[in-house]
Ligand binder design. Sequence first.
Ligand SMILES: NC(=O)c1ccc[n+]([C@@H]2O[C@H](COP(=O)([O-])OP(=O)(O)OC[C@H]3O[C@@H](n4cnc5c(N)ncnc54)[C@H](OP(=O)(O)O)[C@@H]3O)[C@@H](O)[C@H]2O)c1
Length: 262
Amino acid sequence: MSPHTPASYLSGLFSLDGRVAVVTGGSSGIGRAIAEALALAGASVVVVARRESELDATVADLTALGGRAARVSADLTDRDAVCAAGDAAAEPFGEPDILVNAAGINLRPPLGDLTPDVWDTTMAVNLDAPFLLSQRYGPGMAERGYGRLIHITSQQAYRAFVSSGAYGVSKAALAALARSQAEAWSPQGVTANTLVPGFVMTPLNQRIQSDPALAESLAARTLIGRNGLAEDFAGAAVFLASPASAYVTGQALFVDGGFSTH
Ligand SMILES: NC(=O)c1ccc[n+]([C@@H]2O[C@H](COP(=O)([O-])OP(=O)(O)OC[C@H]3O[C@@H](n4cnc5c(N)ncnc54)[C@H](OP(=O)(O)O)[C@@H]3O)[C@@H](O)[C@H]2O)c1
């Protein structure tokens, strides 16, 4: 007879009870949906972003759902602020076991108009902040023998798409960072992987959504036949954060309705 009930079996694979997660960009879109999923799976979650009102609303929502949540307001374009946020986010519930880097910006000037300022800001939020936060938490995770580094990249890490400019470069580098981290820390139980969205209906790409014909043409390029929703990332994020993914590292998991294979 099996020592497991279905519930205890699933909980052994996927439960995040007793785990602490930090989710940058956890107050909006994909990061918000991931923060909620991790909280519902049992993790205590700290969300990090700039706008206080969105952070407060997220903490209130996660708490109302029965989760444990806290927030840190920080501007991730600033290296000192990233480091301070890394320390502050470890205060409410202790050192994190899971880091999700979902905060990201996509400024889309045509390449000829791409200034060094736009380049620097893009790299700061999309690449430097994930690097610095991982440096802050990764060694501790390795020492404790369990860690999950999850970075949200983009199809533009792999192909040009709508003025990829600095954004595509930052996301390609983030995919490479995950591989470097996987190489360094996987022997100590710290995995590093990326989630790769296609086109997801979030505030980030309001401009494209306001053109229904364009949004529809993008949906037609998927295999599923619709554009992504933030909640499409819930299951994949819980998997990558959980014991179930212990032997999955250095990988890119495309959550894009088949966009990339069509
Ligand atoms: N939506 C898509 O189709 C799509 C496709 C491919 C990849 N992605 C990636 O998925 C991730 C999430 O995107 P999303 O669509 O969910 O975007 P979103 O709804 O615009 O959310 C972005 C989050 O990042 C935070 N953020 C932005 N700049 C920040 C800064 N300087 N400091 C701290 N926090 C900052 C925002 O909060 P504040 O503004 O309050 O700071 C917000 O919480 C991003 O990395 C994005 O590149 C999205």
